[in-house]
Each structure stands twice: as structure tokens, then as C-alpha cells.
Design a protein around this ligand. Structure first.
Ligand code: GAL
Length: 694
């Protein structure tokens, strides 16, 4: 294929995939893909020989490969060699195994770094990254982008029409180790990005960033630099947010070029990218270019065994919040580690519980990382399904047993959406950047986690949903302290409440503009009419022991957490909780206002786990929400996937003891047998009961 020219970076990106994200969108894949990541270039022919046969015997129908094999594909500039992959693809195809290929740009070869050292990234300290691991090249370098297009075009041209190749993964985990870029090419691109964003109007940029503060007024775009370390003190929050938007835009443009080449080469291919990492706008152009977003899942990174199931549920709900159902290109297949650590080894049955939790919460296909544990390189202890010696042991047997079940469960899942009735706001790049730029020591991630966990433990159809997404299935929506609220989100939110939704707004919400400045309006800013209360005073609760404040809610005295707001309710707004202590005594702390057929709670303190325990029952009493399976033990995660014709009830027992789960009668797809109703699940036991919709 000819190598396309460098596109115009000042033009808007027009999505090449499926525009319009939505948490309820299924992936329209023809098959449920079950597989593993495979690195044939690491193994000799004798070791490879049995691989395809063993994969097929375990029920795998796909492998992902090639994402780090640039040095194999192009051993010297412009000299391409696909012989090994041709051979391996033919063998896999003979065994009915399809292939997802990776564009290998996360590991550019040594000859390229030596010929063009200007492609190397520069970190926030100004250090140029050296060749020797991966992800060392700058997405803003026009030279690197030319090489990226060239290798993508060569691969796409060679494999177009190949019967085994069904899809592609672009690059690998963009922004995984490293998201910042301060290379000279990035500096130039940053200035260009800002000129386009502010339409050449420096006064607008100076206003947006508040550059009058500390004499930062800029008089020429040429004077602007990426915000680096080495400042005497804090960065400008406006500059920080635009820099993160710039990093996200650069990654999207870099990927877009590859996607355009792949789509032109073979229209049958689906395209994905695996993550989820920092500083990417997964609800924007980056994902709109793809057919399906990939979410890599390593549950053992949650070191607390007791908390792992809810950690996993949140990470999956986060992925679904970004663009609907997803593929898991990498699921932990054993212990994993780098030189300094080794994560827990999954116990017997635990990997299966990860698989079913993933399916329950939106995975439409799933691959393990990786087929076999590597004997060399920086990841010798990232264990695959097979051990270093290629002997199939317990993990292989478990993968094969799951494969047999997925032959029934997989096809039934496709085309279904996860039911969500109670959700927490999540998934916004600007909000996360704003929160990080001025957290006042409060952690939005923790607040999101605590709210999500409260919904999950209540047995509700819990999820994470962005405020600009479709809220119509929700009875309850929680915004746990989003400082930056885009005014465009307010009218749909207001309509949703008026139609019967119950909204909980956390403290500090609506206090910032989309430029990351503090709003001129009385807090909660653009949410003020909906909230029905204003913030008259706020403060950090730094020393609760020496300056005690409590909150009186539903007859209980709760320790105040982190932050207080003294609220002035409107005439038609009720007081739900009051402060106790010092000058706050008896002042409103939580309010509730009826709006249309719905309710709005405004919470003037940081929403943590202890507060949710007392607050959630009060909030739920104003809704019609019920647990998915009333009476189900809390250690069992329950979820429903459904479409117009069928409903799948998932139950996964993450508890230490067997549990009886009040499932409805139906066909248990895991065992293939009819079930009359309640089922007892052993530890790590799973059920997927299919019933008719309606
Ligand atoms: C992922 C990455 C893989 C491998 C794996 C285990 O983040 O995509 O290439 O590095 O982690 O560390």
C-alpha cells in the first residue's frame, strides 16, 4: 500500500468508526472471541509446533499477536519480512483460530531510534527517553508518524484479505508507562494546538488560563511551552487542562492515521485499542475511530483480596461507561510481576470468576494475557496460561473448562446491554484533570469508588455513566463532587430529574468552568437552580479530632469527612441533615428538593463510605429502585444483560462460603441445564440464567 501523507493536524478529526458513545451500546461482533495473546517470535519452531492444536483444544478461537514485533517485520528500513507470521497464521487458520494483529508502534526498532533520535520522547524533567524498553517514541514527531504509517501500510497491504485476520489492535496501551511528552516536536504541536483552540486569539488564551495571575500573560504563541517540572511552585490549572487535552488529541491523531490505513485495506476488519490509561479522551475522537474499545484487566493489582471483586466491578463499569460494551484484549492468566514485585497467583476457580464478572459487566469478547510465560525480557514473570516449560497445568485446564462453557454463554451475550438503574458519574477527562489540579487533598477517585461500592452492596443494577450519556434507564444518579460541570450537561440532567430521576450532587460540584477557572456564580454554579441551595461557606476539615464536627442524619450522628459546606436552602428545599459543632451548629448540611417527578439531594460534605451507609437508605426511600435479586448475599455480584428478546442473570460468588442465590427459573448457560430457581454457588461459583425478556 502507498504510505499516506501527513494529515492536517489543524483540521478536526472525523471519526472513522462508530460515532456516538453510549454505555448501553453492544459491540456488533459476529462472534464471541475467546483467546490469548501470542508471541510466536519469542519461540522456536519446535516450541510453537503444538501451540495451535492446544489452543483449539482449550476452546480458544482467536489470538492477538504482532504488537511488539516491528523489528521482525521490518529488520532494516523499508525491508519487510512477514514470513514467520505467514507461517504461524496459516497454522492457526488450519486449526480454526482467528487472529487480531497489532500495529507494532509501541516498540519501535533500534535502527529507527539511532537513525532518528529526534523521535524520542522527553519527560517532564526534560530528560530524553532512551531506547531499550518500549513506548519511547513521540506521537507528535512527524518523522515517527511517517514510520508509523509506513509499517501500518506495509502490514495492512500484506495481510489484507487473509482469511485468518479478523481485526487489529492499534499500538498497545497508549500512555501506559508514560503519558507526558515535552519533545521539541511536542512543543511545536502544543503551540499549533493552542492556536487552533483559541483561533489565534491570545487574549482568549490569557483569559482562559487566567494569565494575569503571577504575570503569566503571553504575548506570542511562540512563547508558549508545555507545562514541565522545574517550576519553582504550582502549575497554572488552565494550562494543565489544555496540556492534557493536547496529549489526548495527539494520541487520537496518531491512532487515526493507522485506523484510516487499516480501514482502507480491508473493510471486514474490526479495530480496537487496549487501555485504559491516563490522559486519553476515551469518550471522544480516540474511541469514535474504533469499532470497540479494549480494556485490559489485571485484578491482582488490587492487593486486598476482600476488596478485589468490587475493584474489578468498578474497573469494568468504568470501561463500559466510556463507549458501551468492550473487548478484553488482556485478562490476567496467572501471577504477574516485574523485577520488584509479583502479584498474587489466582486460586483455582478465581480466573473463572474474573471471566464471568467481566462478561456480566459488558465484555463482549475476552483474551488472556498471555498464551505462554516468556523466558526472557523484562516480563519473565508475567505468567501466561502455560508456564515457562510449556507444560499444560492447572491454569490451562481451567481455561479449557471455561472455553467449553463459553461456547454456550458467548453467543447468548452478543447484542445484549448491561442493565443500569443506579449510577455514579464517571469517565470525563477534563473533570479528572480539574480534580487532580486542585484536589485540596480530597480524592475524587475514592469518592467515585465509595459511591459505586454503596450501590453494588445494596444489590442494585449499579454502574458508572457520564452525564452527557443516556440516563433514561436510571432511577438514581450520583455526581460525587465534580467541580467542572459543562453547562451543556445541565438541561438534559434537569429533564431527567423532572421525569422522575433522583439526583445526588456532592460538594464542590459546579464550581469550575470548562477552562478550569473558578466560576463567578454562587456555588454550585451551573447546578445551583437544580440543587435548590447555595453554598454560603466552605472549609477543609483538617483536624477532626481537635475541631470536631458531626453531621446529624436520620437520627444518627456521623463524623464529618474532609470537607464542610454551610448551605442556604431555597424556600421549597427541605433540610435532610444538619451540622453539629462550633459555628456550624444546626446549619443545613444536606438538602433535598422536589423537581417535577424527581428529587435532588445536595450534599455539603465529602461523600465517603461511612456517610453512604446512612445516606443511601434515605435516598433510596425516594426512589422505586429495588435490588436485582432481593435477599441475595452481598458477596454475590449480580447483574443483568438483556435485549428485546432475552435476559441473562449473572451471579458470581466472590465470598469465602457457598451462597444460595434467589435466581429466577431458566436455562443455566454455564452448565447447559435448566434450573428451577434458587441456586447454591460454591466459592468462585458462577451462574448465567437465561430467561425471556419482559
Ligand atoms: C499490559 C501490556 C502488556 C504487558 C502486560 C503485563 O499492560 O499491554 O504488553 O506488559 O501489561 O505487564
Amino acid at each position: 500500500m502507498p504510505i499516506p501523507a501527513l494529515p492536517d493536524d489543524t483540521a478536526p478529526l472525523l471519526p472513522l468508526g462508530r460515532p456516538g458513545a453510549g454505555h448501553r451500546r453492544p459491540w456488533d461482533t459476529a462472534r464471541f472471541w475467546y483467546g490469548a495473546c501470542y508471541y510466536p517470535e519469542h519461540w522456536d519452531a519446535a516450541t510453537r509446533r503444538q501451540d495451535a492444536e492446544r489452543m483449539a483444544a482449550a476452546g480458544l478461537n482467536v489470538v492477538r499477536m504482532g504488537e511488539f514485533a516491528w523489528d521482525l517485520f521490518e529488520p532494516a528500513e523499508g525491508r519487510f519480512d512477514f514470513a514467520l507470521y505467514d507461517e504461524v497464521l496459516a497454522e492457526l487458520h488450519r486449526h480454526g483460530i482467528a487472529v487480531i494483529l497489532g500495529t507494532p508502534t509501541a516498540a519501535p526498532p533500534l535502527w529507527l531510534s539511532r537513525a532518528h533520535p529526534e523521535i524520542l520522547r522527553v519527560d517532564a524533567r526534560g530528560v530524553t527517553l532512551a531506547h531499550g524498553s518500549r513506548q519511547h517514541a513521540s506521537h507528535f514527531s512527524p518523522v515517527f508518524r511517517r514510520y508509523s504509517r509506513a509499517i501500518t501500510a506495509a502490514l495492512a497491504g500484506h495481510f489484507a484479505g487473509h482469511p485468518a485476520v479478523v481485526g487489529w489492535q492499534t499500538d498497545n496501551e497508549i500512555h501506559c508507562h508514560f503519558s507526558e511528552d515535552h519533545a521539541p516536536a511536542a512543543q511545536e504541536a502544543f503551540r499549533r494546538f493552542l492556536e487552533v483552540r483559541y483561533r489565534g486569539d491570545l487574549a482568549a488564551l490569557n483569559h482562559a488560563w487566567g494569565n494575569a495571575f503571577w504575570a503569566q500573560t503571553c504575548t506570542a504563541f511562540a512563547h508558549l511551552e508545555t507545562p514541565r517540572d522545574g517550576l519553582p511552585t504550582y502549575q497554572n490549572p488552565g494550562a494543565r487542562l489544555d496540556y492534557v487535552r493536547f496529549l489526548a488529541d495527539g494520541a487520537a491523531r496518531f491512532q487515526h492515521e493507522q485506523v484510516a490505513i487499516l480501514r482502507a485495506a480491508d473493510a471486514r476488519w474490526f479495530i480496537t485499542h487496549n487501555g485504559l490509561m491516563r490522559h486519553l479522551d476515551y469518550r471522544g475522537a480516540f474511541t469514535a475511530d474504533l469499532d470497540v474499545l479494549g480494556h485490559d484487566v489485571y485484578p491482582m493489582f488490587c492487593h486486598d483480596h476482600a476488596r478485589r471483586p468490587e475493584w474489578l466491578a468498578r474497573s469494568l463499569d468504568h470501561a463500559r461507561c466510556l463507549s458501551g460494551n468492550f473487548i478484553i484484549p488482556e485478562l490476567q492468566a496467572g501471577p504477574g510481576g516485574q523485577p520488584g514485585y509479583l502479584l498474587d497467583t489466582p486460586e483455582p476457580g478465581e480466573m473463572r470468576s474474573f471471566v464471568y464478572e467481566s462478561l456480566a459487566r459488558g465484555a463482549d469478547s475476552l483474551l488472556f494475557f498471555r498464551w505462554r510465560t516468556c523466558r526472557m525480557g523484562a516480563e519473565e514473570y508475567w505468567c501466561g496460561i502455560l508456564d515457562h516449560d510449556s507444560v499444560p497445568r492447572r491454569r490451562y485446564a481451567e481455561v479449557a473448562a471455561i472455553g467449553a462453557e463459553l461456547a454456550r454463554v458467548g453467543p447468548a451475550l452478543l447484542g445484549t446491554a448491561v442493565r443500569v438503574e443506579a449510577a455514579v458519574a464517571d469517565g470525563d477527562l477534563a473533570v479528572e484533570t480539574a480534580a487532580a489540579s486542585y484536589s485540596c487533598g480530597l480524592d475524587l477517585g475514592e469518592a467515585t469508588r465509595d459511591a459505586h461500592r454503596a450501590l453494588l452492596h445494596a444489590g442494585l443494577a449499579a454502574g458508572l455513566v457520564h452525564p452527557a450519556d443516556d440516563l433514561s434507564t436510571l432511577g438514581l444518579y450520583i455526581i460525587p463532587g465534580w467541580e467542572l460541570i459543562d453547562p451543556a450537561w445541565v438541561a438534559p440532567l434537569e429533564r431527567w430529574v423532572a421525569a422522575g430521576g433522583v439526583l445526588v450532587i456532592g460538594p464542590r460540584s459546579g464550581t469550575r468552568t470548562p477552562d478550569n477557572r473558578i466560576t463567578a456564580d454562587t456555588w454550585p454554579g451551573v447546578l445551583r437552580p437544580l440543587a435548590g441551595a447555595t453554598v454560603q461557606e466552605f472549609g477543609r476539615l483538617n483536624h477532626p479530632a481537635s475541631r470536631p464536627f458531626t453531621l446529624e442524619l436520620a437520627g444518627r450522628a456521623l463524623p464529618a469527612s474532609g470537607w464542610y459546606e454551610l448551605l442556604a436552602p431555597d424556600a421549597d428545599t427541605a433540610v435532610v441533615a444538619r451540622w453539629r459543632g462550633r459555628h456550624l451548629d444546626n446549619q443545613p448540611a444536606i438538602t433535598r428538593r422536589a423537581h417535577g417527578r424527581g428529587q435532588v439531594f445536595y450534599v455539603g460534605t465529602w461523600l465517603d463510605a461511612a456517610l453512604w451507609e446512612a445516606l443511601l437508605p434515605v435516598v433510596l426511600a425516594t426512589t422505586t429502585l429495588r435490588p436485582l435479586l432481593p435477599g441475595c448475599p452481598p458477596a454475590v455480584h449480580v447483574s443483568v444483560r438483556e435485549n428485546a428478546t432475552r435476559r441473562l442473570w449473572f451471579a458470581i460468588n466472590h465470598g469465602e462460603q457457598p451462597a444460595t442465590v434467589p435466581l429466577p427459573p431458566g436455562l443455566d448457560l454455564v452448565s447447559g441445564r435448566r434450573s428451577d430457581g434458587p441456586m447454591t454457588l460454591e466459592r468462585f461459583g458462577v451462574a448465567v440464567v437465561q430467561t425471556e425478556a419482559g
